[in-house]
Design a protein around this ligand. Sequence first.
Ligand SMILES: Cc1cc2nc3c(=O)[nH]c(=O)nc-3n(C[C@H](O)[C@H](O)[C@H](O)COP(=O)(O)O)c2cc1C
Length: 322
Amino acid sequence: MISTTFTPAGVRAAVAAAIRAPSLHNSQPWRFRLSDGGIEVRIDPDRLPRVSDPNRWAARLSCGAAVFNLRLALAVAGTPAEVRLRPHPHDLDTVALLVPARPRPATPAEQDLYSAIFRRHSNRRPFWPNPVAADARWRLIEAARAEGAWLEMVIGAAAVQTVAEIARSANRVLERDCAYRAELTRWIRTSPAGDGIPVEAGGPVPEPQDLLPQRAFGVRTRAPGRDFEPEPLVAVLGVQGDSATDQITAGQALQRVLLTATDSRLAVSMLSQPIEVPRAREQLRLALGRYGTPQMVMRIGYGQPGGPSAPRRDVDETIDLA
Ligand SMILES: Cc1cc2nc3c(=O)[nH]c(=O)nc-3n(C[C@H](O)[C@H](O)[C@H](O)COP(=O)(O)O)c2cc1C
């Protein structure tokens, strides 16, 4: 039934979709509050990986992605949301307020992306060597553009090498930091938990011949010859600037790109080391020759369907229905 307000049951269902958003180390740094008939999305300061995300860039991206999922879930339930980013400009932790807009039926595109929310997960395993089809690439570029972002496909072996070298050198910088390494280890899970990254969701243990520096969450060594695809499709998502609002916008665009990829039967893993190290991020920006700020690097391809996904905390742990 179509409603002109968000009901507690509707909010709960929408939050169940929101928390499927990606987050750095699966930290899930969000809280949702039913406030004056709207839904407020806030950064949860108790859940931040503080060494890896000192300026809350990753938390804003993650919360932006959660906002995109909320938008889809509310639209599919018949009452889409009007979204106000950073509704209290002096409060950096309130990411967005979603208020009910005029009821209307969901579009087929919204329904497709909504159903992809529950199938999407990061895939850190090697992909098939097949190149990603041109129409699928185009859909991803359009998905970023529809959310006010850009997606640059890194084309040609030399350009991919350049981006990979920037990412590897950023990874070396981060790995030299003991506090960073210790924090990463704290988010790896070897037994069931509601957050963090289970070792089964990690990729194979990194080896020197790897082009891209995948984060070492896994414990499985690979069989001889089972390397990563030789010519990965690397794409960089960016937005105009790097303000808090830009980062939330980037999060929404990231999620639209990821869900569009899932809907196109593509697998994706994310690499944020070149974004986390300021010098690397600047090198990446210069290498792309684009106006704006890179916000995420992705490896995209055709992977084995299914595969392990990271858990989520219970909806009730994230929501204040006061
Ligand atoms: C801001 C941000 C940075 C991320 N950086 C990485 C990364 O460097 N390496 C990686 O393997 N995954 C990265 N991820 C993916 C998260 O680890 C992943 O979303 C989380 O574990 C939840 O798993 P899921 O994507 O399978 O739902 C990042 C995600 C976000 C939102």
